[in-house]
Ligand binder design. Structure first.
Ligand code: URA
Length: 233
């Protein structure tokens, strides 16, 4: 067995033991809920083509796969803990993200940071990424062929991180991952299964900046997320 395989095996074992502890599994006696979680967890970990985030970034390279390459300053890959339990998925970089190469650091990002703190986490303990890695001109909505071209990298990132939870922000992330065209107002506020990961759609922080009255619904969604995360902690 090569050193890398051994490290991967130890990593798997560590995660398994941590997971068993979190799910309250003692000896061989498991509740139905724990068994379901174990089943789901196994599914999330058994992706045969799982790559490291560094490999995925290298594959993306100086991407020119779509028209956004012409107007972007830089690719915004994502950031945070590569082993995070919770991944936030946004839409696409805006002006400040394009300048600095980091996700969610503009006005919507500052609100997202507050939301993350409100659920007792930090930007360093979660992972933040976008469906689209390059800023669309004038922050227009991503076009279907841009989503189709870029989404495979988001999926690879999610498989690499193998989180227990995903929180999608806004309609693009939810619709792309759940393969639906239902509006975000219908999708938000409940859990969906995404390849064995519990996925909670909520409104995008940019939308909240224009519709502060909707913060209440996002807070309700975050409370649901927190409650489930604490259960398996
Ligand atoms: N909006 C997004 O969806 N993503 C960012 O990174 C910034 C703003």
């Amino acid at each position: 067995m090569t050193a890398i395989r051994l490290i991967e095996t130890i990593d798997d074992l560590t995660r398994t033991l941590r997971f068993l502890k979190r799910t309250g599994c003692q000896g061989f006696s498991c509740s139905e809920a724990s068994l379901t979680r174990l089943d789901n967890w196994g599914q999330a970990r058994s992706w045969p083509d799982r790559q490291t985030l560094a490999d995925i970034r290298a594959e993306l390279g100086n991407c020119r796969r779509c028209r956004l390459a012409k107007s972007r300053r830089q690719i915004v890959f994502g950031g945070g803990d590569p082993g995070a339990r919770l991944v936030f998925v946004g839409e696409a970089p805006g002006y400040e993200e394009d300048l600095k190469g980091e996700p969610f650091i503009g006005p919507a990002g500052r609100l997202l940071t507050k939301i993350i703190h409100a659920i007792d986490m930090t930007r360093e303990t979660v992972y933040i990424l976008n469906v689209i890695k390059c800023r669309p001109p004038q922050n227009r909505n991503p076009l279907p062929d841009e989503v189709e071209t870029c989404a495979p990298f988001m999926i690879k990132q999610i498989r690499s991180i193998a989180p227990e939870f995903i929180c999608t922000l806004g309609k693009f992330a939810a619709q792309t991952l759940l393969q639906t065209d239902q509006p975000i107002s219908r999708l938000r506020g409940r859990f969906y299964d995404y390849e064995g990961i519990q996925l909670m759609p909520t409104f995008h922080p940019s939308y909240l900046l224009h519709n502060p009255g909707k913060k209440r619904e996002v807070w309700q969604d975050m409370q649901k997320l927190m409650a489930v995360m604490k259960k398996v902690d």
